[in-house]
Ligand binder design. Sequence first.
Ligand SMILES: Nc1nc2c(c(=O)[nH]1)N[C@H]1C(S)=C(S)[C@@H](COP(=O)(O)O)O[C@H]1N2
Ligand SMILES: [Mo]
Length: 325
Amino acid sequence: MLIKRRRGWELPEQEATPESAFLHRRALLGAGMGAMGLGLAGSALLGGRDAARAATADPTSDLYPARRNPTYTPDRDLTPERDAANYNNYYEFGTSKYIAPAAASLKIRPWTVKIDGLVDKPFEIGVDDLIRKVTLEERLYRHRCVEAWSMAVPWTGFPLRDLVALAKPTSDAKYIVMRTFLDRAQAPGQKQFWYPWPYTEGLTLAEATNDLAFLATGIYGKPLGNQFGAPIRLAVPWKYGFKSVKAINQISFTAERPKTFWEGLQASEYGFWANVNPQVPHPRWSQASERVLGTDERRPTLLFNGYGEFVADIYKDLKNERLWA
Ligand SMILES: Nc1nc2c(c(=O)[nH]1)N[C@H]1C(S)=C(S)[C@@H](COP(=O)(O)O)O[C@H]1N2
Ligand SMILES: [Mo]
């Protein structure tokens, strides 16, 4: 995808929802595939790779691209898809940044999300049913990894708040805990027993119901690729990237603060709050600036990753907490 240099508010629609997404859908519909299902005619018509993609087509792909919500527009160019899709953190599939091929084999359907803990009535819901219960929208968000690299990407998804509303937490619930699948056969990284699998993250309910907290099911105008945490992952852009847990299959409401994956590994370096703050260095490196993925650029890091206007109020009475990573 070619990205021309423009101000954030001038980003045209086609940069967030690449042309290929429209073209691919049009090819399918033009061939009558919508009604026919994915038969032989389809494989003959589409090239080998496209045919493979169509055969495993996401059951909700008709919902993409979704309408853009213009409230969320970053101050910088979007990261080209090719760069974001080939530089990922996903320890379940290895500790390098090049896990996309390994992650591709994760089976993401059927997929259910279990909602339990302090809720009116625990339930389990198929991810496609969940996606069709809510309204998908596109948001352009910055992402700042604790390792001091950053990107800006167009997520598709829905506010985490809408899931909280579906779950109906009781008045005792104070935290929301999100967990990734546990399957050593599919995720070789999970054979590394010194990590506290499954990957677990948490937010306070005040954070979870903030406008910015987002559950992403797509990116670049299409369903999520596996390397991004398909079929459903969190995006909380004012926090370091490790809070944005991928491939969620359980969401629990609790009265107690959960022990998160990275806290379990190294609490002194990766805390529960992990709000982005350029003035609070990581014990082993500065957080003052960030390398922008896909460019040679370094940018100064912003307090709350630039999202203070949305979230600063949440923290004003929490002065005794270690709010910054
Ligand atoms: N389940 C799971 N979720 C995860 C991770 C992980 O290793 N496993 N890595 C986190 C980190 S450190 C970052 S920076 C982001 C990276 O998201 P991306 O690969 O989509 O850019 O995912 C986060 N979510
Ligand atoms: Mo990260």
